[in-house]
Write a new protein. Sequence first.
Length: 281
Amino acid sequence: MSRTTALVALHAAVALFGFAALFGKWVALPPVEIVLGRTLVAAATLAIVLRVQRRSPTRPGYGLALNGGLLALHWVTFFAAVQLAGVAIALLAFASFPVFVLAIESIERRRPPDRVEAGAITLVVVGLALLVPEYRWSSAALQGYVCGIASGLTFAILTVRGRRLVTGHGAVNLALWQNVFAALWLMPFALAGAAPVTPTAADVMLLVVLGVACTALAHTLFIASMRRVSAHTASVVSVLEPVYGIALAAVLLGERPDARTVVGMLLILTAALLATRHVKR
């Protein structure tokens, strides 16, 4: 794979990650059922990938089980944010995760944030404040906004933990077991629902596309591109996920962000770029 091909694969993966947000609008199921279907399909697809590669799955441990729980919580809160507040607010609230990563690493190093980290955190706070439509908890938009931030926080914790686990398991194995354990964590909640929703044939097809294309294929493309591009380049391109997602939502759903949302987006993306550049240093 040439560097140009790797960059195309990287952008395709990030676009697919952003595209996944639209399924929260298309699939007529609660977030828990959406994520359960996504993780089951993704796990099966990744298991097939390992078999085609003639590789055996690694042995999972408690760390991967915890990661699976974090992944489940991350995706459930993300799709809840999409359904409550729309694609734009969900993606932009989630896009704050690089700053959460900085904050977590600062706590682990037991030192206060430096000027760059403090600046990035300030930009995110201002950007997120601009996204709040109204400060009433009864507002679905505010509830979705909080869910989006929770999605970014849980993904940041998952990212920090994943860096430590990927060396021993490899990226595909890590993604496989995280999806397996996420499904196991979600099954009791799906079965205990007061009024479980039966998916239609259209819902099942959409979940297959979500699990295969937006999860298994997207992760495979992302991992493959890392062989030719640096981790920093991948991090910078990943910041474009909300841009791709919002653009796709505008074309396919007719959800067009207002000027206030666009300003918030620019502030959050600037903070995310600062954070990824600072991590490289």
